[in-house]
Structure formats: structure tokens, C-alpha cells
Design a protein around this ligand. Structure first.
Ligand code: EPU
Length: 430
């Protein structure tokens, strides 16, 4: 097993290049099931969720080849549906995209229920509602989702009861090769939805309106291969922006789309942090010695991202007063709070709102990454803490952050990844 060991107290200085976006990469890679041709995908992040996607494709007979750094060739001319091993799909939330992709290509899908971070109940009822609107009969039994059509998917009208990123992307995948037109209303507007639509359109699909709440898809019979570069990861960028502010450092964060970071820039600016936007970079530095207290509410894009809730919580702990952090997407995103409390934070959670006391002096502790973004928050708190912190369960962090240890080390952090054995100490047992 591996743990991250950090001795805090050093401001971060330097440049960090942002990798391709996890939540776009996993969707685009699994969408290649639809293509029946060869695609080249560039700017693919080196993270374990992507590796799982490639393993899933390989298990379906699809050929995946690394052709240069972060660039993969995916040959989906031959593929078998319904074969994805349960052990693989249950490791990752995004494996639900196989349902849409298999439905789109084969007119049927048989996929294990997805895994992923534990934020309370994570239903896929809206995905299923969408597939049913496209003529599929869907049953969930014995841990599997089984979707069938009578000779292929038909265009249909889908209204989502709540904004769902995965539901929107999944219905797009199911609809691109359908007979007729599909309209999705109350669609999610996240940049990765636009990225998926751009990729599929480059393959010959006819998708319009991605990035708005109404998406129209005119089905086409066949798709062809293309070369596509994954957009930069706005959550990785946001994490490093917060890291610069928390450590009172100065980071030049490159390969970003500043527009995607507007909500983060706005909240950091409100706290007194200096954020300068460039064409494809942001420069973050601490303009004033204190961080002003603010309230934050996470929301679907273009709101403040839920995937920066834990990291932002660390910054609120360092502000000059009490702050409210309200979660507007997931039922239970505050599991990390107990771990932050072990490092000296004072936070009380009531339902979907946390009251965060400012002026926290983080102290080192042995803590766990309870999920991916929670793990990033532990790293941020440890970078500020006076002493050495050990973070366990780093496999969660490795699911979504490309090379985070090295990127931070090159900016002056005292951070390392170490092997350890999780041995229960029995010396006191008798
Ligand atoms: N929801 C339903 N029914 C559904 C689908 C969603 O009730 O059928 C609810 C969820 O329970 C949640 C809300 O709708 O309360 C939003 O869920 P959404 O479908 O948007 O989330 P997701 O697609 O499963 C993706 C990201 C998450 C990110 C959310 C929100 C991937 C693989 N995951 O999840 O990313 O938090 O969108 O932006 O794209 C992460 O990267 O750390 C992460 C968890």
C-alpha cells in the first residue's frame, strides 16, 4: 500500500501544468465503443480511472495502444458487448457510460452497476428514464443493468428531473446512432459535456446545444474515427489554485481554460486572493495576508463545483471568521470533515451545510483520503500544517489526480509517496 507523507509550512511557488480532465476522458474513452473505427485521443491523464476504462475496452476486444505521451490509439472496429467484467465496472462510477455506448452500438447493454466515491445514494434512475424514452426496456437485477431495444434505439424526448452530468452524457451516447431526433431538456452544462459532443461530432455525429440546457441530437447510421484532445481538468486546476492561496504561495497554472474556472476565481477573489487570467493559464498569489471569510454553495456548472467542496473547506478553515459551506449536488459530501477535524479544524455539519470556523492552525496527523476530492483536501491541509502528516488510502487520490505528488514537489512542497504495510500491531495483544 502507499501513503503520502507531507511536511507542511512551505509556500508553493512555480508553474504547474494541468492534465486532461478525468471526467471528460472517461466519457470520451468509453464513447469510442460507438465508433467502429480508429480514434486517437490526446491529452489523456495518467490516472487509475482511465486505466480501468482501457481495461474495460480491452475486455470487450477493443485494441488500445499508447502511441506517445498521453496519446492513445483506440481501435473499436471489433467489439463485443455485454462482456465487461463486474470487477472492473464496480471500481468506477463512469462505467455507467457503457450502458449508453453499448445501447448505441448494439441496441442492447448488459453492464454491472457502477462503483465510485461514496457520497450517499448515487441513483441512476434518470439515466434509465432517458434510455426508456429512447425505446429501451431496462431492468436492474442481481447487480446488473440490462437494457434491450427492438432492433435499435429510437430518437425521443428526455426531460431530466434534476441536472445530471452522467445522465446527460449517457443519453447523448445512446442517441447519436439512433433512428430520428432526440431532445434532452434540463441537460447538464458542464464543459465535459461540450467536450464529449465535440468528440462525437468530429466522428460524424450531429449534436447541437451542448453547453446549454437543451441538447438536440439527430441520429446518424455510422460514425468514423477522429483525433481529439481532452480538455484541461478544471477540478485539478481549481485544487492547485486553492493550494496556492492556502500556502500563501504563488502558482502559474498552465494549460487551463480560464472561463471554466470563473466560479473558483470569483470566490478566491472574494477572499482577497489575487487571480490573474491569461489566455490559457491563471496566476494565483496571495494579495493580502488574511483570507476574508465567505460563504460558498456548490452547484452544477457554471456554479461553484461540488468536486472542489472539500478543498475549498480547507481554505475556509484558514479564513478570518466563520463561513458557511453548502453542498448543492450530493446528499453526503462531508465525510472528509472528521479527517480534517483530526488536523485541528473546527467544523459542524448539519445536513447539507457545514459551518466552518476560521483561523484554524492545522496540526499534523495520520489521516485517510476517504474519497478522491477528500484526499486532495487532506493534501492541502497537510501542506499548511506545522509538522508531518501521513495520508493513507491514496488510491482514491490516484483515481483522479495525474502525478500530484511530483507536481507539488516541483513547486517546493516537502511531499513524498511511500510504500507501507498495513500491519496490525499485535505486540500488545496478550
Ligand atoms: N442523480 C439522480 N439520479 C440520476 C443521476 C443523478 O438522482 O439518475 C442525482 C445524484 O444523486 C446527485 C445529482 O443528481 O445528487 C448529480 O449527479 P450527477 O449525475 O450529475 O453526477 P455523476 O454524473 O454521477 C459526475 C462526476 C462527479 C461529480 C458530479 C457532479 C463523473 C465520472 N463523475 O458524477 O465527479 O461530482 O458529476 O458534478 O463524471 C469526482 O470527479 O470527484 C466526482 C465525484
Amino acid at each position: 500500500m502507499e501513503k503520502i507523507v507531507i511536511t507542511g509550512g512551505k509556500p508553493l511557488h512555480g508553474a504547474i501544468e494541468i492534465s486532461g480532465m478525468k471526467n471528460s476522458a472517461v466519457a470520451v474513452i468509453l464513447a469510442t465503443v460507438l465508433i467502429e473505427d480508429i480514434c486517437v485521443i490526446e491529452n489523456v491523464p495518467d490516472i487509475s480511472d482511465v486505466k480501468i476504462c482501457f481495461d474495460i475496452l480491452t475486455s470487450m476486444g477493443i485494441k488500445v495502444r499508447l502511441i506517445s505521451a498521453n496519446t492513445y490509439e483506440i481501435d473499436s472496429r471489433v467489439a463485443t458487448g455485454g462482456k465487461s467484467p463486474y470487477d472492473l465496472v464496480r471500481k468506477m462510477r463512469a462505467s455507467y457510460y457503457l450502458i449508453g455506448a453499448e445501447l448505441g452500438r448494439f441496441g442492447k447493454a448488459h453492464v454491472g452497476l457502477p462503483g465510485g466515491c461514496d457520497f450517499g445514494v448515487r441513483p441512476i434512475d434518470q439515466h434509465i428514464k432517458g434510455f426508456e424514452a429512447l425505446g429501451a426496456t431496462v431492468t436492474v437485477e442481481g447487480g446488473y443493468v440490462d437494457a434491450k431495444t427492438d432492433g435499435g434505439v429510437l430518437g425521443g424526448h428526455v426531460y431530466f428531473d434534476g441536472v445530471t452530468v452522467g445522465g446527460t452524457m449517457n443519453v447523448i451516447m445512446a442517441a447519436v446512432r439512433a433512428e430520428g431526433q432526440t431532445v434532452i431538456e434540463n441537460a447538464a452544462r458542464e464543459p465535459h459535456i461540450v467536450d464529449l459532443a465535440n468528440f462525437l461530432n468530429a466522428c460524424g455525429a450531429q449534436i447541437s446545444g451542448a453547453g446549454t440546457d437543451v441538447i438536440k441530437i439527430t441520429g446518424v447510421k455510422n460514425l468514423h474515427g477522429c483525433t481529439h484532445a481532452i480538455i484541461p481538468d478544471m477540478i485539478e486546476a481549481g485544487t492547485f489554485m486553492i493550494a496556492a492561496a492556502a500556502t500563501k504561495g504563488a502558482l502559474h497554472i498552465t494549460n487551463v481554460i480560464p472561463k471554466h474556472l470563473e466560479s473558483v476565481t470569483a470566490k478566491l477573489t472574494e477572499m482577497g486572493v489575487c487571480v490573474e487570467e491569461e489566455d490559457d493559464a491563471v496566476f494565483v498569489s496571495n494579495c493580502s495576508d488574511t483570507l476574508s471569510k465567505i460563504n460558498v454553495k456548490t452547484q452544477p456548472y457554471p456554479g461553484f463545483p461540488t468536486d472542489l467542496n472539500p478543498q475549498m473547506c480547507v481554505l475556509l478553515c484558514l479564513s478570518d471568521g466563520d463561513c458557511c459551506l453548502t453542498e448543492g449536488v450530493w446528499d453526503n459530501r462531508f465525510r472528509y470533515v472528521e479527517e480534517l477535524k483530526r488536523m485541528g479544524a473546527s467544523i459542524s455539519v448539519d445536513g447539507k451545510t457545514a459551518v466552518v470556523e476560521g483561523n484554524t492552525l492545522f496540526s499534523p496527523a495520520r489521516v485517510r483520503a476517504v474519497d478522491l476530492r477528500a484526499g486532495a483536501a487532506m493534501i492541502l491541509a497537510a501542506l499548511v500544517a506545522d509538522g508531518t502528516t501521513e495520508i493513507e488510502d491514496v488510491h482514491h487520490i490516484q483515481r483522479g489526480y495525474d502525478n500530484i505528488v511530483e507536481k507539488l514537489r516541483l513547486c517546493g512542497a516537502d511531499i513524498r509517496l511511500c510504500e507501507y504495510k498495513d500491519i496490525v500491531d499485535t505486540s500488545m495483544a496478550n
